[in-house]
Design a protein around this ligand. Structure first.
Ligand SMILES: *Cc1c(COP(=O)(O)O)cnc(C)c1O
Length: 398
């Protein structure tokens, strides 16, 4: 037998974290890493945040899980708090981002079904999109590395180049249900949508009776300096998928929708055994307690600007390696120049400089620090990056 007990689907690196302290991870041998990956935009409050840990501990001892057959005072409270602060009128809680996207897809299809237009089932999505790994979510991207070998996939998706409004509109036909888009593509390489693009999709949706579905699993929940990224575009969606930061490390996701968009989601149309259980709701409440404190989101913006300007100042010193910075808030991407390869440079930073980053598409290195970083962490990151860049040799071309 050569297969490992843990199904070998992840190319796991040698970092084996056993403890977390704020913005640091500690490995099995006691080594420390500055964590600018945050479990891929999940640990919004860093590791071991006292308010989040306490909330989870107390709720675990009080009531961890009950079925969705019963009334949910915990779910009602968190859902109310969420809808009171955004475009949505209703929330379905899930355990992950992919499930939030699944619920968004189902909600969109069901909307047109309820309207007497069941043929309107196709969502227009975008090149380099990432929506998760369920069959529905991989059907919503045209990236072969996610899809190969899993066909036949779910019909009802069409793909346009990201940030190309005309191309998206050209795909609209009598079967179109709406658009599914990340306001800032994460996995695809930290690519923010342009204002014209998101505004144009909103306008087209309004004019043609289509739905605008945003995937804010990565860019939402404070990551870009506003609670949701779409706030910076002056538009609102009809449906939104959230996850990652929403639980701060506890598995939680949510599908948010307006009353109109959710009109097909009646009794019996959807469900989840764990979704929105009391323990998850306690984590979700604790995150919002902190995120809605005065100044929290402004601070994310400020720290994002500091990190960005630190990176911009560093680039000219290593301009054989670094091309440019892009992104919003604390969702930043550092584009590398060939022959450097982002995956290889991320490994170098991790193994030789104790700095955790995430590789993304388009030869970009992702920086997704905890939203609670301080100035010192930014300086430490820039120092480590500069030192890493100084001694880095790109892999030989073959
Ligand atoms: C991570 C991610 C997902 C999938 O979330 P999971 O919790 O891994 O299922 C979906 N969409 C985007 C934009 C993501 O970044």
């Amino acid at each position: 037998m050569t297969i490992t007990p843990l199904m070998p689907v992840y190319p796991r690196c040698d970092v084996r974290p056993v403890r977390g302290e704020g913005c640091y991870l500690i490995g099995e041998r006691g080594e420390r890493y500055l964590d600018f990956a945050s479990g891929i935009a999940v640990n919004a409050l860093g590791h071991g945040h006292p308010h989040l840990t306490k909330a989870i501990q107390e709720q675990a001892a009080t009531l961890m899980h009950v079925s969705n057959m019963y009334g949910s005072p915990q779910g009602e409270k968190l859902a109310k708090r969420i809808v009171d602060h955004c475009f949505a009128d209703t929330v379905f809680f899930t355990n992950s981002g992919a499930e939030a996207v699944e619920c968004a897809i189902k909600t969109a299809r069901r909307y047109h079904y309820a309207d007497g237009n069941p043929q309107k089932h196709t969502l227009i999505t975008f090149n380099s999109a990432f929506h998760g790994r369920t069959l529905g979510a991989i059907s919503a991207t045209n990236q072969p590395k996610m899809r190969d070998g899993f066909e036949p996939l779910l019909p009802g998706f069409a793909y346009a180049p990201f940030n190309d409004l005309d191309a998206a509109l050209a795909l609209v036909d009598e079967n179109t249900a709406g658009f599914l888009v990340e306001p800032v593509q994460g996995e695809g390489g930290i690519r923010p949508a342009t204002q014209e693009f998101l505004k144009g999709l909103r306008k087209a949706a309004d004019e043609k009776g289509l739905l605008l579905v945003l995937d804010e699993v990565q860019c939402g929940y404070g990551r870009t300096g506003t609670w949701f990224a779409h706030e910076q575009y002056g538009i609102t969606p009809d449906i939104l998928a959230s996850a990652k930061g929403i639980g701060g490390g506890f598995p939680l996701g949510a599908c948010l929708a307006t009353e109109e968009a959710a009109k097909g989601m009646v009794f019996g149309t959807h469900g989840s055994t764990y979704g929105g259980n009391p323990l998850a709701m306690a984590a979700g409440e604790a995150i919002l307690d902190v995120m809605f404190e005065d100044g929290f989101l402004d601070r994310v913006k400020t720290m994002g600007e500091r990190l960005r300007s630190g990176l911009e100042q560093m680039i000219p010193n290593h301009d054989q390696l670094f091309d440019s910075v892009r992104g919003m808030g604390l969702m930043l991407g550092l584009k590398l120049k060939e022959p450097a390869v982002s995956r290889d440079f991320v490994a170098h930073c991790r193994d030789n400089h104790g700095l955790l980053l995430v590789a993304a598409g388009d030869n970009v290195v992702r920086m997704l620090p905890p939203l609670v970083i301080e100035e010192d962490h930014i300086s430490e990151c820039i120092e480590k990056l500069s030192e890493a860049a100084r001694v880095y040799t790109p892999p030989a071309d073959d």
